[in-house]
Design a binder for this molecule. Structure first.
Ligand code: GLA
Length: 732
């Protein structure tokens, strides 16, 4: 719900439990008055405008007599060069050659639903009644740049989204140099900044640090959201835990260069900005042209970090993931990569499929190595035709389908090998700048998908395979970052648009693919989870979480990923890695879109029996894991010995708890306290039949010490609500 109080000039944007409040101050300055737990409507005018002036802070020329400086005010969308010395949200190079920018309020519009964002991924609604939108029009009186600030609030979750639509209403070109999607100005600094850093095979590691005066934050300039920092940050109130305290979550729906910056100023206030990273970003806006920033997502929870995560999970399952696979059960897959790498042929893959089918696996994915002349990673990216010397694709797919299994294939569409027919025909199609030899990574260049002719070529090549064969699943990889970032198709006036145009090109290609083949299940990947971001999730409902399939290492990765991404999106496979036994590997992989990444023909009988059991468990717990609420009971960043998590059904009648011993610890007592249950209800433990109250399970805990004693041990506890037993029965 969004209300405007025109007597007080205050906008109140509400989700069920939160309020976001914007005030129009004198001279059309827009102030960010409040974000947090929901407030009543009637006294919002008393929110502080922090309108004192500070020494050395310039005052607005008209408001100078009353002493108002933008440098100390909570600015809703701060601009460059007008005396606010904190990081600005927008900076525009005008025809005079300076970047002074000044946006003033012009008008507003409130309407049900959410506007489309052509070419950009965003949260969506299926019914206008699911959310309301406020558009505030701001204009720079000197340059005639218009900025429409667009806010949407959801009614079924505590989520606020923001983006900005710029339009050049002047007769001369303007250059956008910095265009953030969101700014939030909080009045204090008593927060910890939580972010997810990483690298290849070690993605999304939790880090929490206190805010300090000055600048801090994360960014990517790699051309993708990257392994190094996920485009996510949270501000957790000092002392906030998994279960308690105020937490703000910020997430950027974008797969390219971005920044999330927190600045604490001399008044100990905190400004958080989210948007496209401005290194190597400029965008020419000709008269009448528009530019849309990507969407920023905001969540506030007073239920700790766990509460914030559950809100992201619901929002993404219901309003980000799209298409027929949004709620459809995902097939349990086996992937050929760790089983064979490049060393496979038709018969080997058929043998995998036969054995996998016997175990109950539903989808065979043929990974890298099926095209061009590719038998290693030095060639053929860009040559998306079947390597007939290696493979009879028709026979393979027919055999797999005849077994009533599905078939999947691997692509890396945004890459080109120097040793490829495509490169020899179009050397200028790789990402490069004049006069410099492009750098190699994994023996490959990046393909310039900012160009439509290049995208058309790649898509036509993909179509010639996808139209000829029945392919049910496609894994879309991206195995290097961008350097010498430029396009032969962009002149020097537009060269700095390349990075953003590249991302838009990727989105257009994925959109074309999913629109042309709506039944296709798309899984994104980037050397594991190097492009695990909400932008990619708009096109593919699942993403390969990490190339690291070691079940213990995976715990940190999956726990970190779960901060903002639901289980339904996390590709998690059991591999041959022998760090633990298969039981624990299965228990860890069950937290995600389950699958196998090994040669099934090499499994012994005992393991095969276990795999069959895991397949059954996958079906049994699918709904609970994919639609239930996640509770991180013991996080590996807090406890180096043991971790635990649970899924609780929305009706709180069922929970599946998993505990993993990472390292043996000399202690005999271990009471695991569950979360999210109904304290009044009774729950029966599957297996031993014990019936306990939700209160006992949550407040006193369950003793699990004996079950997870040694390194790599794990257990699952499945509780289902039952009628309250009579006392006699319980004491027996
Ligand atoms: C990346 C992926 C792997 C596999 C290889 C193939 O590293 O993360 O799963 O597909 O590429 O080259």
């Amino acid at each position: 719900m969004i209300r405007f109080d025109d007597s007080k000039n205050v906008f109140h944007l509400c989700t069920p439990e939160t309020s976001y409040i914007i005030g129009i101050y004198d001279e059309g300055l827009l102030l960010n008055l409040y974000y947090g737990k929901r407030l009543p409507d009637n006294d919002l005018w008393y929110l502080s405008r922090r309108q004192s002036c500070a020494s050395f802070s310039p005052c607005d020329p008209v408001l100078a007599p009353t002493g108002f400086s933008v440098d100390v005010a909570p600015m809703e969308y701060p601009t460059n060069g007008r005396g606010d010395f904190r990081v600005s949200a927008v900076s525009v190079l005008n025809s005079d050659g300076n970047t002074v920018t000044d946006l003033r309020y012009e008008g507003y519009r409130i309407y049900p639903g959410k506007p489309d964002m052509p070419g950009l991924p965003h949260l969506y609604v299926t019914d206008q009644s699911q959310c309301d939108t406020l558009e505030i029009t701001m204009r720079d009186p000197y340059t005639n740049l218009t900025a429409v600030l667009v806010y949407s609030v959801f009614h079924d979750c505590d989520v606020l989204t923001k983006h900005v639509r710029f339009r050049n209403d002047s007769p001369v070109p303007l250059k956008l140099c910095r265009v953030m999607s969101s700014c939030v100005d909080l009045p204090e600094m008593q927060y910890d900044l939580v972010t997810l850093y990483g690298r290849h095979a070690k993605e999304r590691q939790f880090v929490r640090r206190p805010l300090a005066h000055g600048l801090q934050g994360i960014r990517s300039v790699r051309g993708s959201s990257s392994h190094a920092q996920n485009p996510f940050a949270a501000l957790a109130q000092k002392g906030a835990t998994e279960t308690t305290g105020n937490v703000y979550g910020f997430h950027f729906i974008y797969s390219g260069n971005y920044e999330i910056t927190a600045e604490v100023d001399f008044n100990a206030t905190t400004r958080i900005l989210m948007g496209i990273q401005d290194t190597d970003f400029q965008w020419e806006l000709l008269p009448g042209e528009s530019f849309l920033t990507p969407e920023a997502v905001h969540v506030f929870s007073d239920q700790g970090i766990g509460g914030m995560s559950r809100m992201f999970h619901r929002a993404y399952n219901d309003h980000l993931i799209r298409g027929v696979w949004q709620y459809r059960k995902r097939p349990l897959l086996i992937n050929s990569w760790e089983a064979a790498y490049f060393d496979f042929d038709t018969d080997k893959l058929i043998a995998f499929a036969k054995q996998a089918k016997e175990l109950g696996i539903e989808l065979l994915v043929m990974d890298d190595g099926w095209f061009g002349k590719r038998n290693n990673d030095t060639n053929s990216l860009g040559d998306w035709f079947v390597n007939r010397q290696k493979l009879d694709l028709g026979r393979l797919i027919d055999t797999v389908h005849a077994m009533d299994m599905k078939f999947g294939i691997w692509y890396e569409p945004e890459m080109i090998s120097p040793d490829s027919e495509l490169y020899r025909a179009h050397p200028d199609w790789c990402v490069h700048v004049p006069g410099r030899v492009p750098s190699l990574a994994r023996h490959q260049y990046v393909l310039d998908v900012s160009r439509k002719d290049v995208r058309d070529n790649i898509f036509d090549q993909m179509r010639s395979v996808l139209d000829k064969y029945t392919i049910d699943y496609l894994k879309w990889d991206f195995n290097r970052n961008l350097s010498e970032a430029g396009s032969a198709a962009l002149d020097s006036a537009h060269a700095q648009e390349f990075f953003h145009r590249f991302v838009l090109g990727t989105y257009e290609l994925q959109d074309r693919l999913t629109t042309t083949y709506p039944q296709l299940l798309l899984e994104n990947c980037s050397g594991g989870g190097g492009r695990f971001d909400p932008g990619m999730l708009y096109y593919s409902p699942q993403i390969w979480t990490s190339d690291n399939t070691d079940p213990i290492e995976r715990l940190m990765i999956q726990f970190g990923t779960s901060l903002c991404y639901p289980a339904s999106t996390m590709g998690a496979h059991v591999s041959a890695c022998d760090r633990t036994g298969y039981a624990t590997k299965g228990n860890v992989a069950l937290w995600g879109t389950f699958g196998y990444e090994l040669d099934p023909c090499k499994l012994d009988d005992e393991t095969k029996a276990l795999v069959k059991q895991q397949v059954q468990e996958y079906h049994k717990y699918y709904d609970l894991i994919h639609t239930g609420d996640l509770y991180r009971l013991i996080c590996p960043w807090e406890n180096p010995f043991c971790c635990a998590w649970s899924f609780v059904s929305r009706d709180r009648k069922e929970t599946l708890v998993t505990v993993v011993r990472m390292r043996h610890e000399e202690q005999t007592l271990f009471h695991l306290k569950l979360q999210g249950l109904d304290p009044q209800r009774y729950y029966q433990l599957e297996g031993n039949g014990a019936v306990c109250s939700g209160a006992l399970l949550m407040y006193a805990g369950v003793d699990v010490a004996d079950s997870v004693d040694n390194d790599g041990d794990s257990i699952k506890l499945h509780f289902v609500a039952v009628d309250k037993p009579d006392t006699d029965e319980r004491t027996r």
